[in-house]
Design a protein around this ligand. Structure first.
Ligand code: ADP
Ligand code: MG
Length: 696
């Protein structure tokens, strides 16, 4: 391995580069902008742009682009070259402060959910100096936010940054009232773990469904799945290892702290976890990670599948969003310490999260809603669609004591006895791990496990930040009028626990028992995207976002619209793809295999061989019955697709897709998958699950 510290961040215009290349005064005033949000002076912008350009050209860049995150959920870029023609026919390489600060991409082809008519195509991108510029594909990429001509926000990053500022302001105010004199800033820290599949590229290309929709729309379960648990944390295969090594190097160059890599539960499934960073950097880095994963895979003859459910009956891929808060002096607000009972800051922050999660369950659910993730949530490898929190027994006991107005005993940290003399005894964590909870407290952070692997992490962090900021604010208001702060805090915690403890569940979330219990507790159970997304615009939720100036009402309505539209579009494309596959490939294959069997029957009959208990005859009968059923289900799906136009508006349309299209797709798939188990391999038109999952 080459020198990691040397390559790390080598393609990033980071603080080191800035301090080395910018004049002292310029560097200082840029820092002021980054840290305090002061307006940027054009002379500063010009100087920064010039230094960036020189640096980028030295690194081989010829173009620059504003890099932003529109509501498609992925990133967008439009490249311009530095080339500026001169009157004498020569060219020079130029890049001005104006070009750095502001871009005007034609915004008409990005989703706006009705916020912007196509004739008002103008959109603006504006430099986000808090995320470093970097070089990718010989272009200088400048992280920007994206808004419309009228100032409506059209991206995921602006509200994320707003929510980070909001929780910062409210947390600092609360901590100060609670007596923290050191605190000047509270940062949202996030570490997203990314799951993905790697399959052979040539095999992948033979699957129309994978290529067009990112997931298999047909496919019988292979004889071997993940039941042996021999893949999870198993030895990484050489071809995958080579991919991971190159991926790491590419990410390190871009300043992404790729750290942990291992095999996941399903065959051909893997995970990458970076070291956590501030939320907006983590969001940028996760987008880059997904993009680079695909590119590097391609160079290794592999296809990287980021879809949340590429294979039915095999674990899907999620993205775990680890979220925490830390102060300017490095204190993690969710670190319980050795004596959690005495750690008021921790307990108060924990109670605020409990309140926030209970009140805004529906919003958290929406951040994980998509057609793709609907296949995952509620299946046996992912949390159910019901939001709850896991705290573990010890913390739950502490909270119960607080609710009763008592101050519980601090337990001595237990050690796990390994029982082997030469091995050290391991200190036990305050909480065990729970892999079934949607939101688990994992020692010093909360792990939101519901996101699908393709998701941007922006939305869930916007909701967590805003909802917790709201709880902080109301508590701070209450404390300001209080005579005895300590007593008031205890009272507030006790009340909060009573009001919101229904959201805490430490058991196994995968069981029916929990679903029944959750219903008794009155928790939201929003099963599909079509059920969840409409809650976005409820009065309570609009109230939260508008109060904290994260979204305007029309921005919320438009986001809701985009999510529903996207749900419908994805299902529409999948249904059409299924239709095409069934008609063009599967039906012909089944018919020709049936013919082969029928020919054998006829031949035997002609030469007088008994057809009693004849296998070919039996097969013929079964195949033709299933073929008829396949034909019927194909026509039914077509009819369901034709019925789409009757729905008016996205709300009605999404309900139609959920109730009519999805069942028609499932019915067609069931017959086709059964046929796959009966048809000879040389007749089946697609590589099977075994070939996809076990041939690397
Ligand atoms: P696991 O798979 O056991 O949940 P990993 O080590 O794979 O754990 O991932 C844990 C993730 O949580 C990493 O990305 C890590 O950087 C992140 N993390 C750790 N501490 C914090 C924190 N204080 N705030 C946010 N994320 C954190
Ligand atoms: Mg995890």
């Amino acid at each position: 391995m080459r020198d990691v510290p040397e390559i790390f961040g080598s393609l990033v215009f980071n603080d080191d580069v800035m301090s080395a290349r910018l004049p002292r005064e310029i560097y200082k005033s840029l820092h002021k902008t980054i840290e305090e949000g002061t307006a940027l002076d054009i002379t500063v912008a010009n100087a920064v742009a010039a230094a960036m350009k020189d640096w980028a050209i030295e690194k081989g860049a010829t173009h620059y682009t504003h890099w932003f995150q529109p509501l498609t959920g992925i990133t967008a870029e439009k490249h311009d070259s530095f080339l500026t023609p001169q009157p004498d026919g020569r060219v020079i390489m130029e890049f001005s402060g104006k070009e750095l600060i502001k871009g005007e991409p034609d915004a008409s082809s990005f989703p706006s959910g009705g916020l912007r008519e196509t004739f008002e195509a103008r959109g603006y991108t504006a430099w986000d100096p808090t995320s470093y510029a970097f070089i990718k594909d010989d272009s200088l990429c400048i992280p920007t936010i994206f808004c419309s001509f009228g100032g409506e926000v059209l991206d995921k990053k602006t509200p994320l940054i707003r929510s980070m500022e909001e929780i910062n302001a409210k947390a600092v105010r609360l901590l100060r009232i609670m007596g923290d004199e050191q605190v000047t800033r509270v940062n949202t820290t996030v570490g997203p773990e990314q799951e993905y599949f790697l399959v052979d590229k040539e095999t992948y290309k033979k699957r129309r469904d994978l290529v067009l929709t990112g997931r298999t729309l047909f496919g019988a379960k292979p004889p071997k799945g993940q039941e042996l648990d021999d893949h999870y944390f198993g030895v990484i295969k050489p071809r995958v290892m080579a991919f991971m090594q190159e991926l790491n190097v590419e990410l390190w160059k871009l300043g992404v702290y790729a750290k942990t890599e291992h095999n996941e539960a399903a065959p051909a499934q893997h995970e990458l976890a970076p070291v956590f960073a501030t939320a907006n950097i983590a969001a940028d880095h996760n987008q880059l990670t997904m993009e680079i994963m695909k590119k590097v895979a391609d160079r290794h003859g592999l296809a990287c599948l980021l879809h949340e459910k590429p294979f039915q009956g095999v674990s899907g891929s999620g993205k775990h969003n680890n979220w925490s808060l830390s102060t300017n002096y490095g204190k993690n607000l969710f670190k319980p310490g050795k004596k959690p009972q005495d750690n008021k800051t921790f307990l108060v922050c924990l109670c605020a999260v409990i309140e926030a999660v209970d009140k805004y369950q529906d919003l958290l659910r929406i951040t994980a809603a998509s057609a793709g993730n609907d296949h995952r949530l509620g299946a046996s490898e992912a949390p159910p669609a019901i939001i709850s929190m896991f705290l573990g027994d010890e913390l739950t006991e502490i909270l119960e004591a607080i609710e009763r107005g008592e101050h519980g005993e601090n337990k001595k940290a237990e050690t796990v006895l390994t029982g082997v003399e030469v091995l050290p005894d391991v200190k036990k964590d305050t909480t065990d791990r729970n892999r079934t909870s949607p939101l688990a407290f994992t020692g010093n952070k909360f792990e939101f496990r519901m996101l699908g692997s393709t998701f941007s992490i922006a939305d869930v962090n916007i909701v967590l930040n805003t909802a917790v900021a709201d709880a902080f604010e109301r508590l701070a208001d209450r404390l300001e009028g209080a005579k005895d702060i300590e007593a008031e805090l205890d009272k507030w915690m006790s009340e909060t626990i009573t009001a919101h403890k229904r959201i805490i569940y430490n058991g196994n979330n995968y069981t029916q028992e929990w679903i029944d219990e959750a219903h008794r507790r009155g928790l939201f159970d929003l099963k599909s995207t079509a059920d969840a997304v409409p809650h976005f615009v409820s009065e309570k939720n609009v109230g939260l976002f508008t109060k904290h100036k994260i979204f305007t009402k029309s921005e919320i309505v438009s986001r809701c619209e985009i999510m529903l539209e996207n749900y419908c579009k994805v299902l529409h494309i999948e249904a059409l793809t299924m239709l095409e596959m069934a008609r063009k490939d599967i039906l012909p294959a089944v018919v020709s295999y049936t013919n082969e069997a029928a020919k054998s029957v006829k031949l035997k009959k002609d030469i007088g061989i008994s057809l009693e208990n004849d296998a070919a005859l039996d097969l013929c009968g079964k195949l033709s019955a299933l073929t008829n059923s396949l034909y019927e289900k194909t026509n039914a799906l077509e009819a369901a697709i034709d019925g789409e136009n009757k729905a008016t508006g996205s709300l009605e349309a999404s309900a139609y897709y959920r109730d009519e299209l999805v069942p028609a797709m499932n019915a067609l798939r069931a017959v086709a998958d059964e046929l796959e188990t009966m048809v000879a391999e040389k007749h089946w038109p697609y590589p099977t699950y075994s070939e996809l999952l076990f041939n690397i």
